[in-house]
Design a protein around this ligand. Structure first.
Ligand code: NAD
Length: 371
């Protein structure tokens, strides 16, 4: 398919920028999906794409996802993403990321980048040498560091909202939660859940991690095969995506699905099926937005306390999704999109009429860079 046809097919992007600098081997694409709510923020992914079209489709899809995530999170941010075509193990260099940083800079803050699959804090540091429009820089540069504790805290808030909505419980005391995956997000979530008095059961493919969590928190254990099918109030997927699929869906014994993993539903239809089954699903991009909230605070001038406070809003955001699902008699996966679209329309229109305070956003990084 021709490039413009591909762009049109993946819908409604404001701008797609091809970045090419043969002197450093740079081939990248930046996609700005929508800036109605604010500058387009989204990470830079480095991946060995087989074709340029594959890279284009990925960046179009991911940037659109960021528009929805930022909007549903209630942030003054739009959606964007970048991909660098190359092998992150072999093709990285300071020159490549600085050249990419110059392209980011040429967009004057319409696109703000961050770390993603295949890129690291060091790469962000190189980009930062050329542009202030980058987040996820090291702490000593005013950055926000590891987002996982904030993601996990947001997940806890969304999980609480789900339990209140579905089970009517005001707290998590005795609520049985099956946590799948004890990585960056899962480990913090387990800590928070135990503090809240939940009855936690865990599994990970890494037996050492399971052992450590049992020692630290006295949690129960399941197996990698069974954790998804545990008899529990909440299944919290914090490993890979596509956990709800044709094979698993009829065997689920949870009442709520609320975890940090991306792309929990293998397909759209599984969201409809969860509704039929009466299982309340807290949509992934709404419940795992704590990390995005954390980098947003970095743009305002970073404060860990403010970032932590902001992640509490995930409770209200999930609640709004559940209310829309009830109002429109649709699955929560559809309701989450409606929440995002309604806000883009309402607030986007307001900003066009009178940008107000939101137009003053994000000067901090620029000032910092000029220090
Ligand atoms: P991670 O790689 O640190 O942790 C994943 C954990 O899952 C690992 O411990 C791994 O051993 C385990 N695992 C893998 N397959 C498993 C299986 N089949 N059963 C049980 N355990 C399994 O990743 P993370 O940063 O904790 O992210 C977890 C999920 O949350 C991912 O889907 C990620 O995209 C999403 N997410 C993370 C953040 C963040 O701030 N880190 C933000 C938003 C979304």
């Amino acid at each position: 398919m021709a490039t413009f046809e591909l762009i049109e097919k993946h819908g409604g992007h404001e701008e797609v920028v091809y970045c090419h600098d043969p002197s450093v081997g740079l081939k990248a694409i930046i996609a700005i999906h929508n800036t109605n709510l604010g500058p387009a923020l989204g990470g830079t992914r480095m991946w060995n794409y087989k074709t340029e079209d594959e890279a284009l489709v990925d960046v179009l899809r991911l940037s659109k996802g960021m528009t929805y995530k930022a909007s549903a999170a209630g942030l003054n941010l739009g959606g964007g993403k970048a991909v660098i075509i190359g092998d992150p193990k072999k093709d990285k260099s300071e020159g490549l990321f600085r050249a990419f940083g110059q392209f980011v800079n040429s967009l004057n803050g319409r696109y703000i980048t961050a770390e993603d699959v295949g890129t690291s804090v060091t790469d962000m540091e190189h980009i930062f040498m050329e542009t202030p429009w980058v987040t996820g820089i090291p702490k000593d540069f005013g950055g926000s560091g590891d987002p996982s504790p904030y993601t996990a805290h947001g997940v806890l808030m969304g999980l609480k909202a789900s339990v209140k909505f579905k089970l009517g419980a005001d707290d998590l005391k005795g609520v049985r939660v099956a946590v799948q995956g004890l990585g960056n997000v899962g480990t913090h979530l387990v800590k928070y859940l135990v503090q809240e008095g939940a009855d936690v059961i865990v599994a990970d493919i890494d037996a050492e991690k399971v052992k450590r969590h049992v020692e630290l928190y006295k949690v129960k254990t399941s197996t990698v095969e069974n954790i998804v099918f545990e008899e529990c109030d909440v299944w919290a997927p914090c490993a890979l995506g596509a956990g709800v699929n044709d094979q698993s869906i009829t065997k689920l014994k949870c009442k709520v699905i609320a975890g940090g993993a991306n792309n929990v539903l293998a397909e759209h239809k599984h969201g409809d099926q969860l509704k039929e089954l009466g299982i309340l699903y807290a949509p992934d991009f709404v419940i795992n937005a704590g990390g995005l909230m954390n980098v947003f605070v970095e743009l305002e001038g970073y404060s860990p306390d403010r970032a932590f406070e902001k992640t509490r809003r995930v409770y209200d955001n999930c609640w709004k999704v559940f209310e829309i699902a009830k109002r429109d008699n649709v699955g929560t996966h559809i309701a989450a999109n409606r929440l995002a679209e309604e806000r883009i329309k309402t607030i986007g229109n307001l900003r066009q009429r009178h940008p107000g305070r939101s137009s003053r956003n994000f000067t901090t990084l620029r000032e910092m860079n000029n220090r």
